[in-house]
Design a protein around this ligand. Sequence first.
Ligand SMILES: NC(=O)c1ccc[n+]([C@@H]2O[C@H](COP(=O)([O-])OP(=O)(O)OC[C@H]3O[C@@H](n4cnc5c(N)ncnc54)[C@H](O)[C@@H]3O)[C@@H](O)[C@H]2O)c1
Length: 287
Amino acid sequence: MEYMNSYKIGIIGYGHWGKIITNVLVQSGYNNIVVCDPAIKEIEGFGFPIYDDYKQLINCDKIFICTPATTHYEICKFFLNNHIPIFCEKPLAISQSEVIQLYNLAKINNTVLFVDWTFIYNDLVIKIKDYIYWKYKKPPSLIIMNRLNKGPIRDDVSALYDLSSHDISIITFLLNKTPLNIQHKQYNILGGSQNDTCISTLDYDNTQCIITSSWAANSKIRTCYFNCDDETLMWDDYQKILVMKNDTCYSISSPLANSIKTFLKCNTTPIKNQTITMMTMDILNAY
Ligand SMILES: NC(=O)c1ccc[n+]([C@@H]2O[C@H](COP(=O)([O-])OP(=O)(O)OC[C@H]3O[C@@H](n4cnc5c(N)ncnc54)[C@H](O)[C@@H]3O)[C@@H](O)[C@H]2O)c1
């Protein structure tokens, strides 16, 4: 194992994603794990210690925050103030001012604040970027991203923050610039406490982006298109396939495992992914 599996790792939030993160860590050889989730009484198969209050994880070497988005700010603040490196799930926080405060705290305390924009560690997303800039030397003229699911329905953030944030982080990774114009049109189709569907348009100087996301859809659709001069790349993250004019690629690695590995190796760089987080939050917050 090439990374430090003797770390004591704290998982905060053992719901859908916290379980997946824990499995990736265990498969990578990390077994010194403690969990904090007041809703969990036992962890089947592992028997890791469970705590009710995240402050009890103060003696961990690394912390993974996998709780609902609206809890991230307070939990991050506590661990940054205690100089403990954090891997925080997206979105880092809800407002731009919270995000700025957290990065300032990370800087003051010289502590790693890593946000899990999982898709920028996706091998096909990296391939799309490399291929487009190698072959066309310029960004695509049109990007269409679709992220449609049946649930999970969130009650703390909208589909824009929960789902489209992924696509915005991918576009930010691909284009590395700020849009000239941003529009988010949100809908509440299911009648829940948050808007469950969103269509966003991001206008860049040479690229038009359209993002559709919903947890009110009956099917899981993850098909995205990237129009370049004489071809349209089609990436289907559900099928894990990228179709180009003269080639087809399949995903061969786990983006989450790549993201976790990057965080666990990141001891010397105090702040990772800050630009993508800041640019993504700017776009999410543009109304
Ligand atoms: N990167 C990705 O691809 C990806 C995928 C899914 C979810 N996520 C993110 O992961 C986070 C969690 O999503 P989820 O689907 O697992 O949600 P979930 O509702 O299934 O799980 C959240 C868990 O956090 C626990 N919790 C809530 N407040 C807590 C607190 N103060 N201390 C400890 N535990 C607490 C809840 O009891 C619950 O078990 C969200 O930020 C979501 O956006 C990221």
